[in-house]
Design a protein around this ligand. Structure first.
Ligand SMILES: [Zn+2]
Length: 120
């Protein structure tokens, strides 16, 4: 097995128009890896890319107050057709909508989706 090291230098190709050139930062022989589009030496690896999202999936990092989320859930569980929505339930729904907004915003920032795919 070839000994590989994790890529440390970001490698700036001296001549980006060729497939193999010298890095302007570390002077190593680098080539453009067609699978990643990154400039690498022959013995370097890059950390495995996370599994690409399948359509309609997003991995979001959210700052969530779980005490609040629990109360919001409880408030909404009490929702019954034909009954008046309480102010607590309304606030809970609004709070959960904010979470959905945050998920949509992150999906957009991820660059994996177009604005149309997310917001319609
Ligand atoms: Zn370099």
């Amino acid at each position: 097995m070839k000994h590989t090291t994790q890529r440390k230098c970001p490698h700036v190709p001296h001549n980006p128009d060729t497939m193999q050139t010298v890095c302007e930062l570390c002077s190593a022989e680098v080539f453009n890896d067609p699978s990643t589009g990154l400039w690498m030496t022959q013995t370097e690896t890059v950390p495995a890319k996370p599994t690409p999202f399948t359509s309609g999936e997003v991995c979001a990092m959210l700052k969530i107050d779980f005490n609040l989320l629990r109360r919001q859930k409880l408030a909404l569980i009490e929702l019954k057709p034909g009954t008046t929505v309480t102010s607590e339930q309304s606030a809970a729904a609004e709070g959960l909508l904010n979470i959905l907004d945050a998920i949509q915003d992150q999906a957009l920032r991820s660059g994996e989706y177009t604005e149309k795919q997310i917001f319609g």
